[in-house]
Design a protein around this ligand. Sequence first.
Ligand code: DUC
Ligand code: ZN
Ligand code: ZN
Ligand code: ZN
Length: 487
Amino acid sequence: MSKVIKGGTIVTADRSWKADVRIEGEKIAEIGENLKGDETIDAEGAYVIPGGIDPHTHLEMPFMGTTAAETFESGTFAAAAGGTTMLVDFCLPGEDGSLLNAIDDWDRKSKDQICTDISYHMAITGWNENIFNEMEAVVNERGINTFKHFMAYKGALMVEDDEMFASFKRCAELGALPLVHAENGDIVQELQQKYLAEGITGPEGHAYSRPPEVEGEAANRAIMIADAAGTPLYIVHVSCEQAHEAIRRARQKGMRVYGEPLIQHLTLDETEYFNKDWQYAARRVMSPPFRSKEHQASLWAGLSSGSLQVVATDHAAFTDKQKQMGLDNFTTIPNGTGGLEERMAMLWTTGVETGRLTPEEFVAATSTNIAKILNIYPMKGGIAVGGDADVVVWDPTISREIAVSTQKSIIDYNVFEGMTVTAQARYTLSRGEVVWAYGQNSQPQPGRGKFVRRPAFASASQALSKWKSLNTPRKIERNPLNIPSGV
Ligand code: DUC
Ligand code: ZN
Ligand code: ZN
Ligand code: ZN
């Protein structure tokens, strides 16, 4: 059974051209003109792009005394409807602290539910010999080449600098890439107490207690620790100029530091927290919080110029009821928002339609760049013969309003509700199978998705910074202490 995607304009991170795509089974078999197949998929008037990859989701994650309500089934269905064919979820160790048991746990939860492909980042939330040892199996046996470190959530997920340094060194050894959530958890905790004491108990206190400085400080610190450990670094949810500036400076010095803004930070701002409606503001509580327009402009500049490479969502969706856990105290509102389904359409509308991004840069930011960073390109992230047929027929003529009533996400609200997007996935193909067809009530089969193994990097080691001195330790043989007589 072959399929031909016909009549569209292929857009990759490199270029755009008119051609058909023939798919055999799960793979792209041929790209060219006037191709024939058993089945035709109409791409007339549309772009043909690599399936989106969202490298940052928290589906069914136990967090802040509850569990994220978006399931692996609803999340991957929402993803497919939005043109995303792969997501990377964060795997957290449970009470026993074992990384391998956590992966088994995530596999158990996701296996029968996933409609599209997934992978995991492994979280490092403490440090001991068992974790050091298990990391090798995580990379080489389980196919996970990324480890996430939370510099915030003190008393829960947060790691200290010595733990982060140890883990970063281990990543360098194993050919894995460390990720950080960059916020100074000590300062956040102090500011939370300060604002609560002043009587600021509502969602605005969330934004006040996590100012850009705490993110900038942590980003700078993580970059320096990565440099000392000799490893590249990926900073998740970069939301402000201070963190972006740290990344620009590091890259200019030759360090491989990658930055990931979220679609929410690019399109929603801090005034959302001043809404008089508590529930409205609480729905938007996430960390880092939304920022001012100036910070948004910095993130857009980073995407246009290439100092920021990837647009993600940090999809961690809690219901209205769950958000109400923090009615009297903003520090107990479960942190997180959604966006998995809207990421591509919102980025197209606010990025490509406005001229901030070219269609090729859109593909790079939603798929190709992260596929390269995660070491799965060109199997994923491209339109390439031999690669997985994760392909989206992207229709820039469908304009629609984002509405809870039509979303595939099972959450009872949407932070983008009421906004109009100007493009939509007409068809989404996951390894050659149509898992979404706009307006056709299609529903992919739960459990058809696969876990994508990501091999270790051949050489993840950072080129030693030219600013560093005393790189090669040597012991200095000194003359014995010689005290002049008569003193
Ligand atoms: N931030 C959130 O808002 N939710 C989940 C985890 C995180 O870092
Ligand atoms: Zn500390
Ligand atoms: Zn985070
Ligand atoms: Zn996250």
